[in-house]
Design a protein around this ligand. Structure first.
Ligand code: GRF
Length: 193
């Protein structure tokens, strides 16, 4: 495969996207971020994309209330940039099944916990870290996994752990996990290649 052409799907602030942009800028990615797609027009990720000269797309269920138009809009953006790897980096929507099937084994997601623990329905954002703290686990971490048709389920590519401290709040644990996310996501892209 020649250089990867990557699309990053993001809903929020996009610090993981930034880690990818920085890794690419430093020649540590073996791939080019060709498109950033967000369901949220106010996502700071779209600003990060623009600052890096990357094409940003706002594709949401609000803009495309008809499900098939929504899928078509995504596919058009992916086709336009001949995308061969999709990265979900804080994408808060379920990717349409048509996209998951078309890009089978070519979609990865980053999750802020040690899957298969703390994955699935409702396990996003601070909920994840709250659950970890409540459980009394002494380790948490981040996972990058392949996306299949079941939420947070596909094969794991890479995981790294961080300690859970006795005085952690969900916010402090989240910040520690996020730092490790920024390291393993570019590593996962290199492993994918
Ligand atoms: C990260 O914790 C990621 O694991 C999760 O959503 C968060 C996104 O953070 N899926 P950011 O937008 O990359 O800062």
């Amino acid at each position: 495969m020649s250089e990867l052409s990557i699309a990053v799907f993001v809903s929020g602030g996009g610090t993981n996207l930034q880690a990818l942009i920085d890794a690419a800028g430093e020649g540590r990615l073996n791939g080019r971020i060709s498109a950033v797609i967000s369901n949220n027009s106010g996502s700071h990720a779209l600003v990060r994309a623009a600052n890096a000269g990357i094409n940003g797309y706002h594709i949401s269920g609000k803009r495309y209330p008809d499900g098939s138009d929504f899928v078509t809009a995504i596919l058009e953006a992916l086709d336009k940039h001949t995308i061969n790897l999709i990265i979900l980096a804080g994408y808060m929507k379920l990717l349409p099944i048509e996209i998951i099937r078309k890009f089978k084994s070519r979609i990865i997601n980053i999750h802020p916990a040690l899957l298969p623990k703390y994955g699935g329905e409702g396990m996003y954002g601070l909920n994840v870290h709250r659950a970890v703290i409540r459980s009394g686990d002494m380790l948490s971490g981040a996972s990058v996994h392949f996306v299949d048709e079941i939420f947070d389920h596909g094969a794991i590519l890479i995981q790294r752990t961080v300690p859970v401290l006795s005085d952690d709040s969900p916010e402090s644990l989240s910040a520690r996990v996020l730092r490790i996310e920024h390291k393993i996501l570019p590593m996962a892209v290199r492993m994918f290649l």
